[in-house]
Each structure stands twice: as C-alpha cells, then as structure tokens.
Design a protein around this ligand. Structure first.
Ligand code: URA
Ligand code: SF4
Length: 191
C-alpha cells in the first residue's frame, strides 16, 4: 500500500472523532488497488464487515462482487470503501458523524485519484453530489447515469448506483441494478 494510504489507515484505526469508535470491533478503511480507476463508495460497515475489518463481505458484498463480474471487473481491480469507517449499529449515521468521518474519504480520493467514482445508495450519493457540486436528486432518479465533472485539478466521472442491500430487499431493484451495471460497463468500454 502507498505510504500515505497506510498512514491514513493507521489514523482511522486510532480515530475517536465520533462515538462510533466505542461500538466498533475493527474499522473498515477500504481495500483494493491503490491505483484503481474505479472507486466504489458504500455507506458503512455492517455486522460482518465490523468483524473482519473489510468492506462488503456480507450478503450485500456478495451481490456487489456479482455486479462487478457482470461489468467484467474483479474486486482487486477497483477500490472499495465507505462513507463511514466504523460499524453502524442502526445503519444510519448522523450528519455530525458523516462530517467527522468523511475527511478520511476525501483523502482516499485525493491519494487514489480514481477517474470513476460510484456512490452506492442515497447517502453516499448525496455526499458525492454535494462534494462535486452536482444537482442532487434521489438515487431512484439518478441510478446508472454517467456524469462528467471537471475540477481545477482533475476530470472524473460520477456514476451513482443503487445500494446492493436495497436490491436484496426488493427483487424488482435486483433486475434494475444488474442492467445498470451491465450498461455502465458497455458505456465505459465504448469510450
Ligand atoms: N454496506 C455498506 O454500505 N458497506 C459495506 O461495507 C457493507 C455493507
Ligand atoms: Fe472516526 Fe469515522 Fe470511526 Fe467516527 S466513524 S470514530 S469519525 S473513523
């Protein structure tokens, strides 16, 4: 791992900026290629992620791995992380907790420099849309869209997607999410 990323990971492991440190087992920093072009951003660790310290290893993770396969990618090709780095007992961070934790995500984006950022679900999507000053709408409207942004320093593509856990709760979404991922891969391959 790049030195700067390892240092950042250590900082997260020692972090007590919000009260979620008290209920975490292992923080989930993120994993994948340090030079990944694609960064996936979920919400935060659930039960299984908290046990192992790795992102998306439970049921939603299994679907995410399937979606990556549909898109012709493997987990190792991308970088997978979350808005929140510590276990969310009720799956809902407060605004204050999001504010405390997202500087870590911002640093990850700066160090890895992905050209494609895929927020998964409403909360990650809202954070990324605000960060890059894109006009926000619910994920039900934005899912699968390919949006280009340019900042002073970089050019990137934002592709909002449904959260895989939402697709597991709703069979209709499961078909839609698969179509979104396949179409996304086709669009990227044609670029
Ligand atoms: N859900 C998320 O948003 N992130 C994970 O890492 C696992 C489940
Ligand atoms: Fe720190 Fe984020 Fe964990 Fe809160 S959730 S303790 S801000 S690493």
């Amino acid at each position: 791992m790049k030195d700067d990323l390892s240092r950042l990971k250590k900082k997260v492991e020692d972090c007590r900026k919000c009260k979620l440190w008290k209920t975490r087992n292992k923080p989930v920093f993120g994993e994948g290629s340090d030079n990944a072009k694609i960064m996936l951003i979920g919400l935060g660790p659930g039960y299984h992620e908290n046990l192992g310290g790795r992102p998306f290893v439970g049921a939603a993770g299994k679907l995410l791995t399937e979606l990556l396969t549909l898109a012709g990618r493997q987990r190792e090709d991308v970088y997978i992380t979350n808005i929140m780095k510590c276990y969310l007992p009720n799956n809902r961070p407060t605004e204050k907790q999001i504010k405390a934790c997202t500087p870590y995500l911002n640093e990850q984006v700066e160090l890895i420099k992905p050209t494609i950022i895929m927020p998964l679900g409403n909360i990650a999507n809202r954070y990324i849309f605000n960060k890059f000053q894109l006009p926000l709408a619910p994920i039900g409207k934005l899912h699968g869209k390919i949006l280009s942004i340019s900042t002073l320093l970089s050019q990137a593509t934002i592709i909002p997607m449904y959260h895989p856990a939402a697709a597991l709760r709703n069979p209709r979404l499961k078909d839609i999410i698969k179509i979104d991922w396949k179409q996304m891969a086709q669009a990227l391959n044609n670029e």
